[in-house]
Write a protein that binds this ligand. Structure first.
Ligand SMILES: [Zn+2]
Length: 132
């Protein structure tokens, strides 16, 4: 059986738009038009008021690195060691957890400004944390 890319499993779901936006290098999430709550990750239903009237909103692509760690052991296809971090996006944005690209352990500092970058793993669009 042929391996199916993960994002294709979401083709019929309400978060399909997230993957389409990511392919266009836009990081988006859902926003509840009933209670004004913004969610991360995107939802099919508002966890605050249970409304299904959700819109898409684009997130800022820069922020401050809140924390990070180095992953030393992983499956071979992940090419360990590598860094992962939590980036607090600007304008009271959500905390984004992602792999850090183009950094070394020595070049990373807490509270440094970083940006979201985009890439593909096979056909799967992904976001990463990049240097400014
Ligand atoms: Zn709501």
């Amino acid at each position: 059986m042929e391996k199916m890319p993960f994002y294709l499993w979401t083709e019929q779901t309400k978060i399909r738009q997230f993957w389409e936006n990511l392919k266009q290098q836009k990081l988006t999430t859902t926003y509840c038009s009933e209670c004004n709550e913004r969610h991360w990750p995107p939802r099919h239903m508002c966890p605050k008021c249970y409304s299904i009237e959700l819109d898409w909103t684009e997130l800022k692509l820069e922020g401050v690195l809140e924390t990070f760690t180095e992953i030393g052991i992983a499956l071979p296809e992940f090419n360990a060691p590598f860094l992962v971090g939590c980036l607090r996006l600007d304008d009271n944005g959500p905390m984004i957890f992602a792999r850090m690209r183009n950094y070394t352990r020595e070049s990373v500092k807490l509270d440094m400004r970083c940006k979201i970058g985009f890439d593909f793993v096979e056909e799967l669009p992904i976001y990463v944390i990049d240097p400014l």
